[in-house]
Design a protein around this ligand. Structure first.
Ligand code: ADP
Ligand code: MG
Length: 496
């Protein structure tokens, strides 16, 4: 285990941050967890509500098999223990946004147990976040306070939607690590197809637990397994962007350090992040330890999974990000960095593999991750919407490889491809962009230049770098189409 903590300097000495995340991921499913009502974004208020979601008397929940399958699939993707026996509990609380008056969740016996996620730092090194559990639960509805000055409205569309709560161990040591963890988790979920990962729509959001302690506390926690070596945590609810996650942690760690350095103690509490003020503020105290009176939901049978069914789900798992990265590196000889950029999105890796068939792997990776990626981002397009196909990139790479065009001209050709002017070779033909490797044509230009510029030619004999001036002139004369390798060779032969 490498020490990746990022110490924060206080007035009284250094502190380390310890972070554990509870990520809520909306299950990709057409229907809710316990009812047949549709799940979707953009429906009108209360259009996707069944009598079960509205908690009409006498209505009974019925488990959605697909949601269970999605949770199992996610557990397998997190290399986690699948618990063949689990059950649903009622979590009782005052929920203004849940008509049942309780949330159906899993408490003591979740469907998925311990797993792990390997996360990349920016520099390519990795760290491991242990997963404590994953359980299924219902989402609440949405209260709308801004529709009417005198009343609050409720939209029940979200009520009863299936969520996976993925609880990590407190294994993150800086705000960057927390953001990197959520990014990696999101990538895995999207690969699995178990959550669409759309953070803007709130389909993936995190409760961030923050504590601080003196250096060495985390190491002791790992050695002994005892949480007593860590500081008291505060939980920041429902943070839904990487930027906010980082900002909330930075603010919260500072706040706690100031309290501790002033001789105070941290109250375990639930806090909210206010992105406009960039600060967290108290929502409710955990000291008042609300007793949720969890008990098994009498309306639902325990979940009892058939091992053969779990095996069958396992057989449907796609190649996951870590495996894909390793394969791209070994199969195409790519660097860890290039492979990482490509696998961040499954579609990007697929695009790359389609384009790289039989082509220079590194060159193809450059075109996909640099020029094309930049163009797509600027246009707000996904790679699946790319106006340039993998085959078209492959053709561009091929004519560069074959020396038909220089890499400089290739940029121009690419821009024309993007503008819809056609395939690379057609553009080269039409625009007369073919690289000039014809020694006869080049020789005439070189001879003329030497004859017209005897001073420059003499200089090359003393200072070999001065050859660059001739290269520049030849490029000018050919509109950048001269083959640099060929002209360098010819110049050396004539002047060197
Ligand atoms: P709760 O439901 O009270 O939030 P959970 O067990 O669901 O409790 O989640 C607790 C979360 O807090 C976990 O992600 C865990 O890793 C994290 N956590 C526990 N102790 C600490 C600590 N001292 N510092 C930071 N995070 C912590
Ligand atoms: Mg929790």
């Amino acid at each position: 285990m490498s020490d990746t903590s990022k110490l924060i300097e206080g007035r009284t000495g250094p502190w380390e941050i310890v972070l554990g995340l509870e990520v809520h991921a909306q299950v990709a499913s057409n229907a809710k967890l316990f009812s047949g009502a549709a799940v979707g974004f953009g429906a009108g208020p209360n259009e996707q509500v069944s009598l079960v979601d509205a908690a009409m008397p006498g209505m009974l929940p019925v488990i959605n098999r697909h949601c269970v399958e999605q949770a199992v699939k996610t557990g397998l993707g997190l290399k986690a223990q699948i618990n063949l026996k689990s059950h649903f509990d009622r979590k009782n609380y005052f929920y203004p946004d849940l008509p049942q008056g309780y949330q159906i969740s899993q408490y003591k016996h979740p469907i998925v147990g311990e797993g792990e996620v390997i996360v990349e730092h920016d520099d390519g090194s990795t760290f491991t976040v242990r997963i404590e559990r994953l359980h299924l639960e219902q989402d609440a509805a949405k209260l709308l306070h801004d529709q009417d000055p005198g009343s609050t409205y409720v939209d029940l569309n979200r009520a009863g939607t299936a969520l996976m709560e993925i609880v990590s161990m407190p294994d993150m040591r800086s705000s960057e690590e927390a953001a990197a963890y959520v990014k990696k988790l999101r990538t895995i979920l999207v690969y699995l197809g178990t959550c669409d990962g759309d953070m803007e729509k709130g389909n993936l959001r995190a409760d961030v637990n923050v504590s601080v302690c003196r250096p060495g506390g985390y190491e002791k926690f790992r050695e002994t397994g005892s949480f007593s070596h860590l500081g008291t945590r505060c939980e920041i609810k429902n943070v839904n962007s990487y930027r906010y996650i980082q900002a909330a942690i930075e603010y919260e760690a500072r706040r706690q350090i100031e309290i501790l350095e002033d001789g105070g103690k941290i109250d375990q509490e639930t806090r909210l992040f206010d992105p406009t003020k960039n600060e967290t503020r108290s929502m409710r105290s955990k000291e008042e330890a609300h007793d949720y009176r969890y008990f098994p939901d009498p309306d639902l049978l325990p979940l009892d999974l058939d091992p053969a069914w779990v095996k069958a789900i396992e057989a449907t798992l796609p190649e996951l990000p870590d495996a894909k990265k390793a394969r791209l590196q070994s199969q195409y000889g790519l660097t860890a960095y290039d492979a990482q950029v490509l696998i961040t999105e499954q579609a990007r890796a697929d695009f790359y593999e389609a384009a790289a068939k039989g082509r220079d792997a590194k060159l193809t990776a450059n075109w996909v991750t640099n020029d094309l990626a930049a163009r797509l981002t600027a246009a707000g397009l996904e790679i699946t919407e790319s106006p340039i196909s993998p085959a078209a990139i492959a053709e561009l790479v091929q004519i560069i490889e074959e020396g038909v065009i220089s890499s400089k001209i290739a940029k121009d050709v690419f821009e024309r491809m993007w503008a819809g002017e056609g395939a690379a070779s057609a553009i080269v033909e039409q625009q007369g962009l073919k690289q000039v490797s014809d020694t006869g044509e080049l020789e005439a230009i070189i001879d003329r230049l030497i004859a017209e510029n005897p001073g420059q030619a003499a200089q090359v004999k003393e200072k070999p770098q001065a050859i660059g001036w001739f290269v520049g002139q030849i490029m000018k004369a050919t509109g950048g189409r001269a083959n640099p390798g060929v002209i360098n060779q010819m110049l050396k032969a004539k002047l060197g």
